[in-house]
Design a protein around this ligand. Sequence first.
Ligand code: ATR
Length: 273
Amino acid sequence: MTDRYAVIGNPVAHSQSPFIHSEFALACKQEILYERLFADLGQFNQVVAEFVAAGAKGLNITLPFKSDAFRFADEVTERARAAEAVNTLTFRDGKVYGDNTDGVGLVRDIVENLDYPVTDRRVLILGAGGAVRGVLEPLLREKPATLTIVNRTLVRAEALVNHFAPWGQLEAIAYEQLQGRSFDIIINATSSSLHKELPPIPHGLFSARTLAYDMVYSSGLTPFLQRAQAEHAGMLADGLGMLVEQAAESFAIWRGVQPDTRKVTNMLREILA
Ligand code: ATR
């Protein structure tokens, strides 16, 4: 029987994961079936249990179930434990293993695809929600010179700093405190781009040596990337590369083969244009 996988979410119809994993499987000559699973809120455990009973081998988890998946797992990796969120479940020998590949996906996109080192660089992250929580441990692992979290609601950023203190040094600030500061890598991990809004960043935040990275991907430039472009940021990137890299890491966990990502990213870029 063909090994079955799926992405579970609510909503899930928009997910590109079935396309990405099918392309990886083709390229790696692996035979898998990858579906979409919708779950009503509060029904995560039940839907997953049914999928497991049907012989499933693994699951990707998207919003809003990453915390449910963390609780569902019998064992989790260090990076998932840090994030308290799981985006990859593996079902093996009657046990459920949880991992979180979002952070490594982001780091690989920045360091390998964009060729921008994180080590010894000053990193700024906008936002303090689940998207940030998922990527902090792998970012800290790169040993940036500084890692700063800015959020409208400062207490949320401070809570993240306290939570992640065992994994490295980071600081929380308010948007007003950005005035006069400069950073090498600025990552927008807020949901502002989904609402076509710009976070309240001061003018002059970007320079020719700044990488501006928006974790949201879209066909045109997000308001954040438009501002970065207007201020002549050295490099602009959206989250499409991260999406494909986090999928590649999940695929490698399940299948033991690291798929090539560049071709699939280019294909998706064309489809989404
Ligand atoms: P997620 O789990 O997807 O990150 P979330 O927990 O709702 O979603 O967090 C959304 C993040 O985007 C928060 O950091 C939010 O800031 P607040 O905590 O101050 O609300 C941030 N955010 C959303 N819209 C924003 C905007 N227009 N400007 C700045 N930050 C914004």
